[in-house]
Design a protein around this ligand. Structure first.
Ligand SMILES: O=C(O)CCC(=O)C(=O)O
Ligand SMILES: [Fe+2]
Length: 360
């Protein structure tokens, strides 16, 4: 990285300029064209000098790892592990989930090819409406943000209706296969999670209308960032749905918050990362909190993550499962998932602010 002394004044001015992400449609284009060593000041999202210092390597050894096949072969043991991971971390890594390596690898290749398409070919998907079936954009919600994030995304709604771009060739077919398989894994996990709460296995699925629930399919791209210690790919947030299943291209960058510390999550090959979302915190009446996580950056490699958020049916009113309220008071107001989704996608990403709004 260049030192201050080697930076020309025009470069410094350009970098300091308040680049408004609502005026740009791709950080990839900016990252590839600038070639400079400073990022625009509007991307400075890490303000605390020591914000990164507390990434906790000693916790890495205790990251929960769940073998999906145990749900069939050793159910009691699997439920115990699920209960512990959901209550203590709101997150776990999943092995033996049955999704073929070849499918995951193919999806990663096509995801990269999509983001490598010329910008004009992606701009047809530019749209601010959270319910647009296919959207390409940058940052999170540029119109609502004070600072922007070093990320481009493709977001599509893949369930109950499957929407996906027809380019590059083959992407849509691979994505369809993956989205179907992920829904089945998520459904089985929700059955186990229900039982781990002492409920009937179909309790969460029925009360959230999961079988016609919304699946949001997000393909994130984080280009190398010349000042990774100043910017973020995504800020600290929780996801909006019930369960998010995430895979990444072998480049680390995801951190989850545990006991007040950021923990780096580097995946094992063919492993899925499962994050509990706000709707699971609501239905479990706070027993299984959604997990805060963020995406950090590096200055060498492009990172891709493919993130599928599996949520309730849009028109279902979601509150704590009634059986849980036989012995305790509700901790959350009920709300239609459609309304929660809309608010969360149209406001600045900020910790658990949307969930805090419906806490009783
Ligand atoms: O890229 C990542 O690892 C995190 C992405 C994420 O949190 C999201 O898309 O909601
Ligand atoms: Fe997320």
């Amino acid at each position: 990285m260049a030192s201050c002394a080697t930076i020309s004044s025009s470069e410094a001015e350009a970098a300091a300029a308040k680049v408004d992400a609502s005026e740009i449609s791709s950080i990839k284009v900016i990252a590839e064209s600038k070639g400079g060593s400073l990022i625009p000041i509007t991307y400075h999202s890490i303000t605390g000098l020591h914000d990164n210092d507390n990434a906790a390597p000693h916790l890495a050894a205790s990251i929960p790892l769940i073998d999906f096949s145990l749900l069939t072969s050793h159910r009691a043991e699997a439920l115990h592990q699920l209960r512990k991971a959901c209550a203590e971390w709101g997150f776990f890594m999943l092995t033996s989930h049955g999704i073929p390596d070849s499918l995951m690898e193919e999806l990663m290749i096509k995801s990269r090819q999509f983001h490598d398409l010329p910008l004009q070919e992606k701009e047809e998907f530019a749209d601010n409406d959270p319910f647009a079936p296919i959207r390409h954009g940058t940052s999170f919600c540029p119109q609502a943000e004070n600072v922007h994030y070093w990320r481009d995304y493709l977001k599509t709604l893949t369930f109950p209706q499957f929407n996906f771009p027809h380019k590059p060739p083959g992407f849509r077919e691979v994505a369809y296969d993956y989205s179907q398989k992920i829904r089945l894994v998520a459904r089985k996990l929700l059955e186990g999670i229900s039982e781990s709460l002492g409920l009937e296995s179909n309790s969460i699925i029925e009360s959230t209308g999961f079988d016609s629930g919304l699946q949001l399919f997000v393909v994130n791209l984080y280009p190398p960032c010349p000042q990774p210690h100043l910017a973020l790919g995504m800020p600290s947030h929780s996801d909006l749905g019930l369960l998010t299943l995430l895979m990444q291209n072998g480049i680390g960058g995801l951190q989850v918050k545990h006991d007040g510390k950021w923990v780096n999550i580097n995946t094992l090959p063919n492993c899925l990362i499962v994050l509990l979302g706000d709707q699971l915190e609501v239905v479990s009446n706070g027993r299984y909190p959604s997990v805060l996580h963020r995406a950090i950056l590096n200055n060498a490699d492009t990172r891709i993550s493919v993130v599928l958020s599996n949520g309730p049916a849009l028109d279902k009113e979601i509150g704590p499962v009634v059986e849980l309220l036989e012995k305790e008071k509700p901790l959350f107001k009920s709300m239609k998932y459609r309304d929660y989704f809309q608010v969360k996608q149209k406001t600045q990403l900020s910790e658990k602010s949307s969930l805090d709004d419906i806490r009783l």
